[in-house]
Design a protein around this ligand. Structure first.
Ligand code: ADP
Length: 453
């Protein structure tokens, strides 16, 4: 097992990883930017190193400084968390060259899954269903794109090959809007990922986002865990996740789960990852992408299975054998996660920064809160807006919703606008409570807009 792990991240996930390390008897080294000196993860860790100025490119993405911090502090492994360098194959290569274990899959897995076109090509070879679309990336000047879109059938969605976080995605409903959608998606993709390559897919109407947690060890054993339903989204970004999905039957779970496990086995996947699918109105499922890291929404899987995914991830990276057998995993209840973002839901989700005054976070039976905020903490404008995850667990979906409704009403984060009031509306919504939720739920049932942009 590792002796000392450097955590190349910040916020709630850095705190989560420090806690897992502590339970495993591993020392930790936190890194932080100059803006994050007073952050919770710095306080929780035995050791900490400042790796640069506030902007992420100077600090949490600064590979030379992070590696230097690991070497100076004597760490033997690096946990990347999610975001930042977690899906950067070059970073894995540098870690390996410096004798530091990267807590994640191989650089090949990251490379192959990080490019959505490569990943889709691989899925086709494996016989996994994919959404009909262009074969590879498309060019705005190619006159063939019109025939291609017609064949795929409008509406189509233009997506960034390097995509993530719902960025670089645009829907075209007709020939008239196609080139414009490509241009916007390309510009957004270039700004977000430094790569303007895009491809085309059929836009599945009113789909469900269903994903499977997978695990793998270095001896070739893999497993899947019960699904997460992440259909409550704002601009293609997840806002609420739940497990199990109210949509999925036992046999469908097995079918999709086995597909996810086969994918993990085919790419010789090590540690933890997620295979994401879209499910259409007819109940057909399609591979969407694979995330080669721990996900924001991992706690709901932990609640329903009793498996500590971060500890498992670390153990698997250290070479331990996978003990999980999918068929033996029991669903212990129902879990929901609400992402509390420092954004104003009444003002088009504009971000909110500033110093937190009074702070009351919920507790009581069935409530878990993963957060890095505290009273007096200043939310920085430099990073992701996620400030807390409230997770509810109940014996069934109804109890999980009731507990979440109760917990959300206990939240008070003085001075910082946040999404907790929006979550109250979602949890109280009849459509949500009925369990019939597709990805257009928020715009249709909360904001009262049409589904296709
Ligand atoms: P990202 O990597 O940016 O998260 P994904 O490919 O995972 O992008 O897609 C994010 C979300 O965008 C999905 O959950 C879904 O709501 C929507 N989406 C993506 N592709 C399609 C599609 N072909 N049809 C309908 N919705 C889609």
């Amino acid at each position: 097992m590792f002796k000392k792990v450097l955590i190349a991240n910040r916020g709630e996930i850095a705190c989560r990883i420090i806690r897992a390390c502590r339970e495993l008897g591993i020392e930790t080294v936190a890194i932080h930017s100059e803006a994050d000196r007073d952050s919770m993860h710095v306080k929780l860790s035995e050791q900490s190193v400042c790796v640069g100025e506030a902007s992420a490119s100077d600090s949490y993405l600064n590979i030379p400084n992070i590696i230097a911090a690991a070497e100076i502090s004597g760490a033997d492994a690096i946990h990347p968390g999610y975001g930042f360098l977690s899906e950067n194959a070059y970073f894995v290569e540098v870690c390996e060259a410096c004798g530091l274990k990267f807590i994640g899959p191989s650089k090949e897995s990251i490379k192959n899954m990080g490019d959505k076109i490569v990943a889709i090509g691989l899925m086709k070879k494996l016989g996994v269903p994919v959404v009909p679309g262009s074969d590879g990336h498309i060019s705005i000047d190619d006159p063939k794109i019109f025939a291609m879109a017609k064949k795929v059938g409008y509406p189509v969605i233009i997506k960034a090959t390097a995509g993530g976080g719902g960025k670089g995605m645009r829907i075209a409903t007709s020939e008239k809007t196609l080139q414009n959608a490509i241009a916007i998606a390309q510009t957004e993709a270039k700004a977000a990922f430094g790569n303007s390559d895009v491809y085309m897919e059929k836009y599945i109407e009113e789909p469900h986002h269903i994903e499977f947690q997978i695990l793998g060890d270095k001896y070739g054993k893999t497993a899947y865990l019960p699904e997460r339903d992440c259909s409550v989204q704002k601009r293609h970004q997840k806002l609420v996740e739940e497990s199990p999905s109210p949509l999925i039957s036992e046999s469908f779970r097995k079918k999709m789960g086995k597909t996810a496990k086969n994918i993990a086995s085919a790419v010789k996947y090590i540690t933890v990852g997620t295979v994401e699918f879209l499910v259409d109105k007819k109940g057909h499922f399609y591979f969407m992408e694979m995330n080669t890291r721990i996900q924001v929404e991992h706690p709901i899987t932990e609640m329903v299975t009793g498996i500590d995914l971060v500890k498992e991830q670390i153990k698997l990276a250290a070479g331990e054998k996978l003990y999980v057998v999918s068929e033996k995993v029991k669903i212990l209840g129902h879990a929901i996660e609400c992402r509390i973002n420092a954004e104003d839901p009444d003002k088009n989700f504009i971000s909110s920064a500033g110093k937190i005054g009074k702070l009351y976070l919920p507790g009581g039976p069935g409530i878990r809160v993963d957060t890095h905020i505290y009273s007096g903490y200043t939310i920085s404008p430099f990073y992701d807006s996620l400030i807390a995850k409230i997770i509810s667990f109940g014996t069934d979906r109804k109890e999980s919703i009731t507990r979440m409704q109760r917990a959300l009403r206990e939240v008070e984060i003085e001075n910082v606008k946040n999404t907790s009031s929006l979550h109250v509306k979602i949890m109280d919504n009849e459509q949500f409570c009925s369990g019939k939720v597709s990805t257009d739920f928020l715009s249709k049932h909360i904001f009262g807009k049409q589904s296709v942009e």
